[in-house]
Design a binder for this molecule. Structure first.
Ligand code: CA
Length: 363
C-alpha cells in the first residue's frame, strides 16, 4: 500500500462530498462512454443519422481479398491478401434506367454510345493493327449481345456481341427497342466515362475494386459466392441472374431472364446489396492490371497507376478499368466471374448491353 493511501485531504483541497456535482458528472461520463461503446457494437462505425436514399453502410474492416480458386479464369485474382477498407456507403442496387433517366433529364447528358465516335479516341483504344474506319462508317453505336445460334467459343466476344448502330441506354437492342418496361432494370450501354459523369452528378463516386469486393462478400470470409457456400441453383431456384446451359443455341433462361433482370429480383447479400453476382458487370474506379494483388497496398488500395492487359496482346496498351460482378452472360461453364473475387476489365469508352455500374459515397 502506498504511503499516502490514507492521507487526509490537504488544506485547501476538499474531498468530494456526497452529492457533489462531480460525482454525477463522473457517472454521466461513464454511462455515456458505455452508451457509445454499445452503439459501436450495435452499429459498427456507421455514421449517425439516416442513410442516403438507396445506400447501405459497408463497415470498416479487414477482409481476405482474392482467391486460390484453381480455375484459370481467376489467375488475376491471386494471391489472397488481407486488405483493410474504411467504411463507406454503397448503392444497394445497380443504377437503374429510371435513375439514369433522371440524370439525363437534369443535365442533358449524352452518353458516349450516342455520339459519333471520335478518331482520337478510336486511335487510342483500337487493337494494334486495326484500321480506322472510313468517316462515313463512324456512326453512334454500341455492342449488343446477340445470342449465337450455334455453340461458339465464349472467349471470342465478336461471335456473340454485334456493334449495332443506334444502340444506347434508351434503345438497348438498337432502334425499335426501348426501356419503357425496363425502368427498374440496370442501365446498360454506359461506358466508364458515362458512369463517372452520373456519379459526379449524384454526389457519389465509383467504388474502388477493394471496396467492391469487400461489399460483395457481404461480411463473409473466403466463401465462393456472395451469399456463402450454397450452390447457385437448388431445386430449380436460382440465386442470381446468370446464363444456363451451353453457350449457343436457344437460350434456356431457367432463372427467368435471358438478358437483364429488374434489380432486387434475387435476395440481397449479408450487407443488403442486390445483384452483386450476375445481371450486369459493374464499373470500378481502378485501372486494371493482372498482377496488382502481389503489390497492392494493404490499406484502402486504389489500383495501379495505369492499365495493362497482356491477356489480349493486341490491345494490351488499351486503357482499361476494372469491372466486377459478372453479368447475365456468366456461367460456371465459361465465364465464372460472377463470383465475388472474379475480376473483369473493359476499355473506358466502351459500354455494352451487359455492363452497368453502382455508386459508392464517402461518409
Ligand atoms: Ca439469366
Amino acid at each position: 500500500m502506498g504511503k499516502h493511501a490514507n492521507r487526509p485531504a490537504e488544506a485547501g483541497q476538499s474531498a468530494p462530498r456526497s452529492g457533489s456535482p462531480f460525482k454525477w458528472l463522473a457517472l454521466a461520463v461513464v454511462l455515456g462512454g458505455a452508451g457509445i461503446g454499445a452503439a459501436i457494437i450495435l452499429t459498427g462505425d456507421k455514421p449517425w443519422g439516416s442513410s442516403p436514399p438507396g445506400m447501405v453502410w459497408i463497415p470498416s474492416g479487414t477482409f481476405r481479398m482474392g482467391t486460390d480458386d484453381p480455375n484459370y479464369r481467376f489467375e488475376d485474382a491471386r494471391p489472397i491478401h488481407d486488405v483493410f477498407v474504411s467504411g463507406f456507403w454503397m448503392d444497394e442496387t445497380e443504377v437503374t434506367n429510371e435513375q439514369f433517366a433522371a440524370f439525363v433529364t437534369a443535365t442533358n447528358y449524352v452518353t458516349v454510345a450516342e455520339q459519333k465516335p471520335s478518331k482520337e479516341i478510336l486511335l487510342a483504344t483500337m487493337p494494334k493493327g486495326a484500321q480506322l474506319p472510313p468517316d462515313e462508317a463512324l456512326v453512334p453505336f454500341s455492342l449488343v449481345f446477340a445470342p449465337p445460334t450455334d455453340e461458339v467459343p465464349f472467349e471470342n466476344e465478336a461471335d456473340w456481341t454485334k456493334p449495332v448502330p443506334g444502340a444506347c441506354w434508351k434503345h438497348p437492342e438498337g432502334p425499335g427497342s426501348d426501356i419503357k418496361e425496363r425502368m427498374n432494370h440496370p442501365v446498360v450501354h454506359v461506358c466508364f466515362v458515362d458512369a463517372e459523369a452520373y456519379c459526379k452528378w449524384a454526389g457519389k463516386r465509383l467504388p474502388t475494386e477493394a471496396e467492391w469486393e469487400r461489399a460483395a462478400r457481404g461480411g463473409l470470409e473466403g466463401k465462393p459466392f456472395a451469399w456463402g457456400d450454397e450452390p447457385v441453383q437448388e431445386n430449380g431456384q436460382w440465386r442470381c441472374n446468370i446464363w444456363q446451359g451451353r453457350f449457343g443455341g436457344k437460350p434456356n433462361a431457367l432463372d427467368g431472364f435471358v438478358r437483364t433482370a429488374p434489380v432486387k429480383s434475387f435476395a440481397p447479400n449479408g450487407f443488403g446489396l442486390y445483384d452483386v453476382a450476375g445481371n450486369v458487370w459493374e464499373w470500378c474506379a481502378d485501372w486494371y492490371t493482372p498482377g496488382y494483388y502481389a503489390v497492392s497496398p494493404r490499406e484502402n488500395p486504389k489500383g495501379p497507376a495505369g492499365s495493362y492487359d497482356p491477356s489480349r496482346p493486341d490491345e494490351a496498351h488499351v486503357p482499361k478499368r476494372v469491372q466486377r460482378g459478372g453479368s447475365f452472360l456468366c456461367s460456371d461453364g465459361f465465364c465464372a466471374r460472377y463470383k465475388p473475387y472474379g475480376r473483369g476489365k473493359g476499355e473506358v469508352y466502351t459500354g455494352s448491353s451487359h455492363i452497368g455500374f453502382r455508386c459508392a459515397k464517402d461518409r
